[in-house]
Design a protein around this ligand. Sequence first.
Ligand SMILES: Cc1cc2nc3c(=O)[nH]c(=O)nc-3n(C[C@H](O)[C@H](O)[C@H](O)COP(=O)(O)O)c2cc1C
Length: 345
Amino acid sequence: MGAAVDLSTTYLGLPLRSPLVASASPLNGDPETARMVEEGGAAAIVLPSLFEEEILHEELQLNQALEAGSGHFAEALDYFPAVPELAGAGERYVRALERIKAQASVPVIASLNATTRGGWVRWAKALQDAGADAVELNLYHVAADPDLTGAAMEARDLDLVAAVRAAISVPLAVKLSPYYSAFANVAREVVRAGADGLVLFNRFYQPDLDLENLGVVVRLDLSQPWELRLPMRWTAILRPQLGPAVSLAATSGIRAAVDVVKALMVGADVAMMTSAALREGPAHFAAVEADLRLWMVRHGYASVDQLRGCATQDHAEDPSAFERANYMQTLHSWSAPPGLVAPGS
Ligand SMILES: Cc1cc2nc3c(=O)[nH]c(=O)nc-3n(C[C@H](O)[C@H](O)[C@H](O)COP(=O)(O)O)c2cc1C
């Protein structure tokens, strides 16, 4: 039996048994493996994203098929594929979501990946209708267009958040990139545009080069624990700015109970895991939960509520440690390995 600590938390208004959430990953998109993730101890499940590209591709195919038929006699329409056959990724996603929702006893969050506003946003409503307890809007783009300013890109993102917000009544989380030039402002504006919570951060996958055939290689490396530091810093900064009503989820580098403790202490409501669950298997959630209970008992914490937010920026002895001041100290803290002596010393 677990140690007597109260792990319950609330995320996007949803009461959760514990703060351990399975972030968007292929494990959670299939009803069989999603069941294993829930049985493995996840307190909520985020499905992998339904991608804007997939939906647009599907709609394009459908339009082409319908247009191709428009110049022909009615009987010729028999030659065209039936709409259900063309209903690909979106429909498949909705069906998987319905099945996962029907079997799950934990909240199920659907994820929509987007780069632009468009008619496809109506899919957010389809996810809600299929039973999603909340929708996570995953914003992922690389701002490589030199004519696109930061302000224009942010305006586009906010417009998109507002469009998805308008399409649904269930809670909305927005998974953000850390690569905005003024992140605190973007975070606040995303909340003003209608987000109930922020997921920090989207993890950017960097392509590599194959030097033998000069090809670009798609690389998906699972995360390392040090990657938690970026979401930690920003959660610590944003929690006092956004207030307790806005949900914050930490994602990237969370592997062990101590990582969960850090995420909660800086003000996260939940700690999400994907890489650790892919490495260790779905039962990793239960293992981390057991360690979390032990850690809390040993350190005298009775509940997640008590732990949450005790190390946010406004509680820090030196608030600037989360900001720039810490840059110089960090650089100066490096000490040369034996044998490597700076010139002139
Ligand atoms: C194989 C794989 C697939 C993923 N698919 C998605 C996805 O569809 N949508 C999304 O928002 N994030 C996706 N992610 C990102 C994770 O949800 C998570 O935010 C990221 O891996 C950082 O957390 P971690 O350090 O616990 O892995 C994926 C990650 C992995 C490793």
